[in-house]
Design a protein around this ligand. Structure first.
Ligand code: PHE
Length: 343
């Protein structure tokens, strides 16, 4: 009995030595500990049989068993230090960052053609002493129509079919309400442009969109005449389209300007001779303008006997389409990179 048990214990010690020397990870070490020293482990199983030993044999075997346990514990302990160090080294190596490696270049976006041209337009007007004004896109019917001399049931409302939020609130159909807001808040001399988004319930096609952009202009001071309007627009359009551009005013009607005009610029393709782009006209309509109606001035608390002013409004999309030879307005809003990358 004594002899067999001693043999078994030495075999366990031998086996443990082999297993532990092969263990390479903390998990494998733990498995080995459970296998040899655990409650259901091999050593415990042998010790359980000690009850059958005689009183003389028990302390002898007990001593061997303790020695074996001690050896295995020491082995595990020393191996643990080595394994943890190796694991730490491996972890550090796998997390190493090569700071000298070339980086990935982030893809750089581009400005949208509408933004590029709007910035150009702003620059031109700022250069002429204008400042930028802003107004709300969700606007009172009063500012979008009433104060601009377009009462309820006025036929001019039909040409600007609007999105109504309620009877008195609309998505602005033009940037002209900003004129009124500026004149209510500031006293002349006034010189502003107001770019922004406008909304009309138009079906989408190559030249229409329910959302587009306008740029409003307003000048109010003593002694402002139609000549100032023409001179300002001529300077603006020549800067935008080149010094050879010519402008032409045609009589028109807007309820909030009197007199009113539509302004054409000589065709940038044929220079005025007539071609397919200008449909043989030589000129292309570019904006609406006029002298601010005395009733509009009065409503904003500006005395029309002392002050006069001019206003104009242009569609940004139209200007960009002509500048960049784009024939379909929908391209601006499709977000197709193949289109946007060209500018
Ligand atoms: N708001 C007008 C439109 O949308 C354009 C305009 C602005 C005309 C200012 C005259 C003066 O048609």
């Amino acid at each position: 009995m004594n002899f067999i048990m001693k043999e078994q214990l030495l075999k366990i010690a031998e086996e443990a030595k082999n297993v532990l020397s092969a263990a390479a990870t903390a998990a494998e070490l733990e498995d080995a500990r459970v296998r040899f020293l655990g409650k259901k482990g091999e050593l415990t199983a042998v010790l359980r049989g000690m009850g059958q030993l005689s009183a003389e044999e028990r302390p002898v075997i007990g001593q061997v068993a303790n020695e074996v346990r001690g050896q295995i514990e020491d082995l595990i302990e020393s191996k643990k230090t080595a394994v943890l160090a190796a694991e730490r080294t491996a972890k550090l190596a796998s997390e190493k960052i090569d700071v000298t490696m070339a980086g990935k270049k982030p893809a750089l976006g581009k400005r949208h053609p509408l933004t590029t041209v709007l910035d150009e337009v702003k620059e031109i007007f700022i250069g002429m002493g204008f400042s930028i004004a802003e107004g709300p896109e969700v606007e009172l019917d009063y500012y979008n129509f009433e104060a601009l001399n377009i009462p309820k049931d006025h036929p001019a409302r039909d040409t600007q079919d609007s999105f109504y939020i309620s009877d008195s609130v609309v998505l602005r159909s033009q940037t002209s309400p900003v004129q009124v807001r500026v004149m209510e808040q500031q006293k002349p001399p006034l010189r502003i442009i107001s770019p922004g988004r406008v909304y009309r319930s138009d079906a989408v096609d190559a030249t229409h969109s329910p959302v587009f952009h306008q740029i409003e202009g307003l000048v109010v001071d003593k002694g402002i005449t139609m000549a100032d309007l023409k001179g300002t627009l001529e300077t603006f359009l020549k800067t935008l389209y080149g010094p050879e551009a010519k402008i032409r005013l045609r009589p028109h009607h807007f309820p909030f300007t009197e007199p009113s005009a539509e302004v054409d610029v000589s065709c940038f393709v044929c220079g005025g001779k007539g071609c397919r782009v200008c449909k043989g006209e030589g000129f292309i309509e570019i904006l609406g303008a006029g002298m601010v109606h005395p009733k509009v001035l009065e409503r904003c608390g500006i005395d029309p006997n002392v002050y006069s002013g001019f206003a104009f409004g242009l569609g940004l999309e139209r200007v960009v389409m002509r500048r960049m030879n784009i024939d379909d307005l929908r391209l601006f809003y499709d977000n197709d990179l193949r289109f946007l990358k060209q500018f």
